[in-house]
Design a protein around this ligand. Sequence first.
Ligand code: GDP
Length: 329
Amino acid sequence: MQKRLSLNEYMNGILAGNRIILSRAITLIESQLPQDKPLAQQLLEQLLPYTGNSVRIGITGVPGVGKSTFIEVFGKTITSLNKKIAVLAIDPTSQLTKGSIMGDKTRMEELAHDPLAYIRPSPAGSSLGGVANKTRETILLCEAAGYEIIVVETVGVGQSETVVKGMVDFFLLLMLAGAGDELQGIKRGIIEMADAIAITKTDGENAQAAQNARLEYLHALHLYPTPVNGWVVPVMTCSALQNQGILEIWQTIALYAEKTKTSGFWQQNRQQQNLGWMYDFIQQTLEEDFFSDPIVTEKIPRIQSDILAGKILPVQGAKELLGSVKRTH
Ligand code: GDP
């Protein structure tokens, strides 16, 4: 294991925008080792005054929709405006299988070499909730390091969108033309979460289909109630390959930020997200404590086999386990 730095070394390095120290600080907060937790906590507390000043953007879409290609061009657009961008990922597959949908191939190589960009792969974790909490903390560290735009990328196939929606200011859904919602595995709820939809690969033979898809989605969105913040969800088209429509997407996000900051929705949303974070943390801590309890660990195999054999009811097993833990909170 790499040696830990002192609190001051982390603080000063991050505030100076030193990417190596930022990476080491993220490794510290991602650490599962109990002895790392106090330092990680202190660091976050001390950095808090320097956080919150970014535009946090969630980007989702099924594998193959063009996320990494899009984010690369989007990122280059941001850095060409002389703004710093950090790209974080939540990859729901990496916890379940060793293979990851997003992590293996070399992604966003050009952006990765841009001095104004910082790319961090998905943290490993035992649960989506745990990974989500680490990502929230990573967002804060990146903000303290001066990143003005933070992208949290996820694959549009499961629960991770809800988790990402709970930590970003703007949620962008990337869609393919002509594939049909069911085919894309996009659930109705995900469309409802979107602050903008962008149809990708609007180029070559696909251009007409993309324009048609745009109209279809616009029509479909009319069937949903207007969002509480009054924002009319735009359906845009883009081509990362031809660098078309990407700047417009950034301008739309910037407009959203301006409007919702004026209306107060931006701040309210972040307040609610902070409450959500607290409840998630409680849930996660209780769960971790419970499953690391030695009595629970010892009893689980027997109770599991009793349930499998139909000897006891699941609730009875759960109650026995719950009852055997000493409550420390
Ligand atoms: P991801 O799995 O969502 O990250 O998708 P990728 O970014 O890896 O892209 C999947 C495939 O779509 C790759 O073969 C890309 O070259 C292609 N692709 C991505 N963006 C575009 C685009 O704007 N136009 C076209 N024609 N192809 C694209």
